[in-house]
Design a protein around this ligand. Structure first.
Ligand SMILES: NC(=O)C1=CN([C@@H]2O[C@H](COP(=O)(O)OP(=O)(O)OC[C@H]3O[C@@H](n4cnc5c(N)ncnc54)[C@H](OP(=O)(O)O)[C@@H]3O)[C@@H](O)[C@H]2O)C=CC1
Ligand SMILES: O=C(O)[C@@H]1CCC=N1
Length: 263
């Protein structure tokens, strides 16, 4: 069985861990390094790399700590030189990990998202051409435990992926928040405003998932000529300050931030 060393068990690490266990990974095959040492049932948790049980040789080391601490966290793991190293950090490049892990390290960079917590994430992976198919397959199967997986060859695209799907759930939650606030402002009781916003975003998401129609067609299906939706979309799709322009600026800003985090 695949032996997994998970470094960082916060929001993303814990979502992946839950997915692996659900898919049949034995708790005994996982060691988690997490300073707060949370109780993870029969999964062994240690506070630092120094406490990893002797004799535990992972097939894969997964870095799921914040990009800002990565340079301090990664170096001690170079001792697992025969392992595959998988990072899910925003910004941090394959070259960055190679500089800390050595020239022969096998490294895959991936970008999942928080719907992984309900096994409905999407992850994009990237690896250099020299990374063997077996290593790619291992990453693919670990990440498929929490949702869909795709690959890109051009690492520069990873910052754009991060800006669209990595950060993207936040944009959708903001939309739900804004719909709730707008409903309140128009006189809905708070509980109903929240329920309507949440159910509408979730229901529209499910329709989007199951339908073969384009996003544009799904939008048009709601929009009766001269009706209420058309009145709202005239505001939301305005050339100035409409959602398309704002989203474009937002994704560009997130992409730029990813590039800054690389350094
Ligand atoms: N949240 C998201 O939507 C997504 C995040 N990512 C990426 O995933 C990574 C993790 O993000 P996220 O899960 O949100 O962050 P969290 O802060 O929730 O999790 C990171 C965890 O790592 C722990 N940690 C800190 N130092 C160490 C160490 N030396 N060894 C082991 N663990 C340590 C932190 O503990 P403590 O809090 O005590 O410091 C924390 O529990 C980031 O690189 C991020 O870019 C990728 C896709 C989506
Ligand atoms: O905000 C961030 O930097 C991380 C990466 C993608 C989602 N959260």
């Amino acid at each position: 069985m695949t032996k997994i060393l998970l470094v960082g068990c916060g929001k993303m690490g814990s979502a992946m861990l839950a997915g692996w266990l659900e898919r049949g990974t034995s708790p005994g095959d996982v060691v988690v390094v997490e300073p707060s040492c949370p109780d993870l049932g029969s999964v062994r948790v240690v506070a630092s790399h120094a406490a990893i049980p002797e004799g535990f040789v992972p097939h894969v080391v997964i870095f799921a700590v914040k990009p800002q601490v990565m340079a301090d966290v990664v170096p001690p793991y170079a001792r697992f030189g025969t392992s595959l190293f998988l990072s899910i950090a925003a910004g941090k490049t394959i070259a960055f990990f190679r500089s800390l892990l050595g020239p022969d390290a096998v490294i895959v960079r991936a970008m999942p998202n928080t719907p992984a917590a309900v096994r409905r994430g999407i992850t994009v992976c990237c690896a250099e051409a020299s990374v063997p198919a077996q290593a790619r397959d291992l990453c693919g199967s670990l990440l498929e435990a929490v949702g869909e997986v795709g690959w890109v060859d051009d690492e520069a695209l990873m910052d754009v992926v991060t800006a669209v799907s990595g950060s993207g759930p936040a944009y959708i939650f903001l939309l739900a928040e804004a719909m709730e606030a707008a409903g309140l402002a128009q006189g809905l009781p708070p509980a109903l405003a929240e329920r309507l916003a949440r159910a509408t975003v979730a229901g529209a998401g499910e329709l989007l998932r199951l339908s073969s129609e384009t996003t544009q067609q799904l939008r048009q299906n709601v929009t009766s000529p001269g009706g209420t939706t058309a009145a709202a979309l005239a505001v939301l799709m305005a050339e100035k300050n409409g959602i398309p322009g704002l989203m474009s600026e937002a994704v560009a800003a997130a992409t730029r931030r990813g590039r800054e985090l690389a350094g």
